[in-house]
Write a protein that binds this ligand. Structure first.
Ligand SMILES: Nc1ncnc2c1ncn2[C@@H]1O[C@H](COP(=O)(O)OP(=O)(O)O)[C@@H](O)[C@H]1O
Ligand SMILES: CC(=O)OP(=O)(O)O
Ligand SMILES: [Mg+2]
Length: 407
């Protein structure tokens, strides 16, 4: 392998995020985002990092294949195209890896077949991930491509947390269990939290709250995940931007029998038209806070439901871990929304949890403590970096497969 650069692709249901990183020093060369793929006005934002030079373009981008080709062409304009000999590997975020993939994996046809087989349990994510991989392969057939799975970090969960209380024969036949997602972020953030505390990850118990558009909580004991809030699919758990999170499963039978809705209609309702969006018509926490501050009661109720669920998971994972050293907030909402952090730990002083109003109000891209000095449990804001983590894992894998360690 001659190149030292990694292109990371994080293909979401309607977006592609990407970064080009030089692994010699971890320097980000280019980064960007294609949003609203498939809608009338898609947007591509591309930044040449060192120059601080950003280009934006709007116009229709029909699908993920077109999006990736547009990204490749933007990179090409900066002399960083996919044809570059400096490129060592393309690393892909893949959301569902089922029970097979607990490590970053070199992609071949059999890996693609498995990712495809898992589409029914990650219908918003795996198809986009697959298109990203296939398009990248077509552009650079000679280059190794690595899949880094959202589910990987959670494969350490004990059976008591991973199993649902249903007939094991049925569970096994249909591979129904709790897989958990956002694992790359939970792994990175729990490690960075230990670093912030000046302690080894093996010695630290952390509750990680990944609050983005999708949102999940995890309980991490000594660097290993012991429970997480998402399940068979990324629908379980916290209230999210457009997903309901936890509900009595009987709501679904009720909607079928009494509401006359089909399985697909209910799927769309719960995944795309619920959560904050379903409750108040907005899924962006900035807009919701603006409305709450203006006295909008519908937005205030949506915010309260979001916080109530979050607080329940903090309490639950406190009990699962027994001893908690830190609670870490991350992702778009967790890193930026001070009112969410304040409300989530309000009233939990009895558990040793509190937020210092002054520290919580600081805006920064750095990992930082927001709990008062001397607090029993550290409360922290720890920016996630899924792309850097995927780059590190992908690069390590191709280096290792070319220079296998002697055993
Ligand atoms: N300044 C901010 N204040 C409050 N919320 C924010 C802010 N910036 C972003 N967000 C929230 O973060 C969400 C996006 O989070 P992100 O982690 O990027 O999600 P995803 O990776 O799922 O697209 C937005 O929908 C919005 O609710
Ligand atoms: C798994 C998942 O929910 O991912 P995202 O937050 O990117 O939608
Ligand atoms: Mg995300």
């Amino acid at each position: 392998m001659t190149g030292t650069r990694v292109l990371v692709l994080n293909s979401g249901s309607s977006s592609v995020k990407y970064q080009l990183i030089d692994m010699r020093d971890g320097e980000r060369l280019a980064a960007g985002l294609v949003e609203r793929i498939g809608e009338r006005t898609s947007r591509l934002k591309h930044t040449l990092v060192a120059a601080g030079d950003t280009r934006e373009q709007e116009g229709p981008i029909a699908d993920h294949e077109a999006a990736l080709k547009a990204v490749a062409s933007e990179l090409g304009r900066d002399g960083l195209g996919l044809d570059s000999p400096e490129l060592a590997v393309i690393g892909h975020r893949v959301v569902h890896g089922g029970e097979f993939f607990s490590e970053p994996t070199l992609i071949d046809e059999s890996v693609l077949t498995e990712i495809e087989r898992l589409i029914p349990v990650a219908p918003l994510h795996n198809p986009a991930n697959l298109t990203g991989i296939r398009t990248a392969q077509a552009l650079r057939p000679d280059l190794p491509q690595v899949a880094v799975f959202d589910t990987a970090f959670h494969t350490t969960m004990p059976q008591s947390a991973a199993r649902y209380a249903i007939d094991p024969k049925i569970a096994d036949r249909y591979r129904i269990r709790r897989y958990g997602f956002h694992g790359t972020s939970h792994a990175y953030v729990s490690r960075e939290t230990a670093r912030l505390l000046g302690r080894a990850p093996e010695d630290v118990n952390v509750i990680v709250l990944h609050l983005g558009n999708g949102a999940s909580a995890s309980a991490v004991r000594g660097g290993r995940c012991v429970d997480t809030s998402m399940g068979l699919t990324p629908l379980e758990g916290l209230v999210m931007g457009t997903r309901s999170g936890d509900m009595d499963p009987a709501v679904i039978f009720h909607l079928m029998r009494v509401g006359g809705m089909s399985a697909d209609e209910i799927d769309t309702l719960l995944n795309k038209r619920s959560g904050l969006f379903g409750l108040c018509g907005d899924n962006d926490m900035r807009e919701i806070r603006r409305r709450v501050d203006e006295g909008d009661e519908q937005a205030a109720l949506a915010f309260d439901i979001y916080i109530h669920r979050l607080k329940k998971y903090i309490g639950a994972y406190y009990a699962v871990l027994g001893r908690v050293d830190a609670v870490a907030f991350t992702a778009g909402v967790g890193e930026n929304a001070a009112p969410v952090r304040e409300a989530a730990v309000a009233g939990l002083e009895g558990l040793g949890l509190a937020v210092d109003a002054g520290l919580n109000a600081v805006r920064s891209g750095e990992a930082r403590l927001i709990s008062p000095a001397g607090a029993r449990v550290a409360v922290a804001v720890v920016p996630t970096d899924e792309e850097m983590e995927i780059a590190t894992q992908s690069y390590a894998l191709v280096n290792e497969s070319e220079n296998p360690r002697l055993t």
